[in-house]
Design a protein around this ligand. Structure first.
Ligand SMILES: Nc1ncnc2c1ncn2[C@@H]1O[C@H](COP(=O)(O)OP(=O)(O)O)[C@@H](O)[C@H]1O
Ligand SMILES: [Mg+2]
Length: 368
């Protein structure tokens, strides 16, 4: 919606936060828990990860031991937390849950570890954010199922070895590249979660609609799937927004037309771009002639924090082949121009992974 449109009261009430952020938002709350797949068979998509995990878990079960430590890596909203819960469920173990940022001191981790019972699954979300002393304690725990707890300070300090019950660590990370080598090496199995394709997202949507008691037409689920950025969390959130619209403005049944109208209210375009994504593309193409331009310049142009542009918008724009990262800055590809209904200049980058930078058309010297 542009500024001179008549504001839609429905939009004012609901559309403050972008509907297509892959990050967990407070509105996802309990509903997300009810929509989590409960077993490997219930988990839609990621066929390779599922098959590999099934072997890891069954193998360990047959031998009567605990499986290797497992690292789940991938962008937000693709099912890492769900998978950690499934792993514990499939093993018939309890899941102890914590996160990297919560483990600020080694003592926090020691407390967690000393409470484990044999066979427990310890889930550390955002494990790349674990503090160094806790990480070092974790090495020993993962390898030898013991930790050294330091008691006292200074020359009188002693280190007391403490047994830890054999457990399986499941770590989740959105940035596996940020993990230190020694930590990564201690995982016996790494599962890479990938974005979902539209048919998988449709199945997820149909499953969620069933759980939430929403009548969702087939073509409506295709409409929502296409705008979900390959991410189940976004698909489920859009489904809830569409349901609100169907309940308030229609008879509750989600048809394709209802889905389209609802997603328009929430500013999610047919390929899943939201208002900020479009602003970034627009600035890149219209104000900077397609780039290259640095992220901070781009951020100023759209009135956002550089981190937001870099971490929220850019990954999807890059994946969609509309923006390329080059050593000189961001470049709009042909697809970006076309997306905005403009004719790309003859030298516009074709898109894809290897893109050569064109000559800068704006002065970047102040920035780099
Ligand atoms: N394969 C899947 N099948 C069905 N729903 C899924 C799947 N993966 C994720 N979801 C849904 O997406 C939501 C977010 O998943 P979550 O496991 O929290 O992602 P992550 O931890 O990777 O951010 C879950 O509540 C669940 O409803
Ligand atoms: Mg998670």
């Amino acid at each position: 919606m542009t500024e001179d449109d008549t504001p839609d009261p429905f939009a004012d009430e609901f559309a403050e936060e972008s509907a297509v952020t892959a990050e967990y938002t407070s509105s996802d709350g309990e509903i997300e828990a009810s929509l989590r797949p409960k077993s490997l068979d219930d988990f839609i998509g990621q066929p390779r990860v599922r098959e590999q995990l099934q072997l890891v878990l069954r193998g360990a079960k047959m031998r009567g031991g605990t499986p290797d430590h497992i690292l789940l890596s991938g962008p937000p909203g693709l099912g890492k937390t769900s998978m950690a819960m499934i792993i514990a469920g499939e093993l018939g173990s309890s899941l102890r849950l914590t996160s990297g940022p919560a483990l600020e001191r080694a003592g926090d981790l020691a407390a967690m570890l000393s409470n484990l019972v044999e066979g427990d699954v310890l889930f550390i979300d955002e494990i790349h954010r674990i503090a160094r002393p806790a990480e070092e304690m974790l090495y020993l725990a993962m390898e030898d199922f013991r930790v050294d707890v330091v008691v006292g300070k200074g020359p009188g300090a002693t280190s007391i070895p403490l047994e830890v019950a054999p457990f399986t660590l499941v770590g989740a990370t959105t940035r596996s590249g940020a993990l230190t080598g020694p930590l990564r090496d201690r995982f016996g199995f790494t599962a890479h979660m990938d974005f979902y394709d539209p048919p998988e997202l449709r199945r997820i949507l149909q499953r969620s609609a069933g759980i939430l008691g929403i009548e969702l037409y087939e073509d409506a689920s295709a409409e929502i799937a296409g705008r979900s950025r390959g991410t189940p969390r976004i698909a489920n959130r859009l489904l809830r927004r569409v349901r609100d619209y169907a309940d308030v403005r229609a008879d509750g049944i989600v048809t394709r037309a209802i889905a389209q109208a609802a997603l328009e209210v929430y500013d999610v375009d047919p390929i899943g771009l939201d208002r900020l994504d479009r602003a970034v593309l627009g600035a890149l193409v219209r104000s900077f002639g397609g780039g290259p331009v640095g992220v901070s310049t781009l951020a100023v142009a759209v009135g956002e924090e550089p981190a937001t542009v870099e971490e929220v918008c850019e990954p999807f724009l890059v994946r969609a082949g509309m923006v390329a990262r080059t050593p000189r800055g961001r470049v709009a590809t042909q697809a970006a121009w076309l997306q905005l209904g403009l004719t790309p200049p003859p030298d516009a980058a074709a898109g894809g992974i290897e893109v050569r930078a064109r000559e800068p058309q704006v002065d970047l010297s102040a920035e780099e």
